[in-house]
Design a binder for this molecule. Sequence first.
Ligand code: HEM
Length: 175
Amino acid sequence: MKIVFGDLRTEVLYLPLWRKLPLPRSRRCNRAVETLNHMIRLMIAERRTSNVQRNDLLGMLLAERDEHGSIMSDQQVHDEVLTMFLAGHETSALTLTWALFLLAKHPEIQERAAQEAFLITTGLGLLPEDYEKLVYIRAVVQETVRLYPPVWSLGRSTRRDTTIGGLTVRRGTHV
Ligand code: HEM
């Protein structure tokens, strides 16, 4: 994850051709991607062969059927899992890290957040239906991502000549 994410930041400047050459960076990144792929292949194979039905995201993807009643291929499930894994990993980790940092700096807010958690979960652990009741904690998280956005930049390619904020942007520009 660290290698793939580290490289993502400068990926814009790295040409697809270089990725195919045996340069140190390409080899390191391709190896890391292969490790991720291998891990996910194992997870899917393990779940498909076991009879255990688990009510989690992978369980939902494996049970899903399209309009013809067909299940997803291993490759389709794989791609979905990889997307969720990449998109959900560092974003959540950064949000939690900064939220805990901010709470540590503001003990009175930490106390109120803890009280809300105890009140809502009554010591039984968090249930999906609890989330909407965590009003104060949601505010803490929202303030955290406002102050320390985990995704502070996004890339887009223009499909036609256009104007953004008064600037002319040519088709095919990476913004
Ligand atoms: C605080 C946590 C998170 C933040 C700040 C965040 C932020 C974002 C942003 C800004 C986008 C839009 C990207 C774009 O348009 O180019 C996005 C898309 C996405 N995120 Fe998150 N995300 C978070 C957590 C998660 C988690 C936990 C998951 C999954 C387990 C996830 C899965 C996705 C997926 C699949 C997309 C693509 C949606 C689509 O284009 O159809 N995200 N996220």
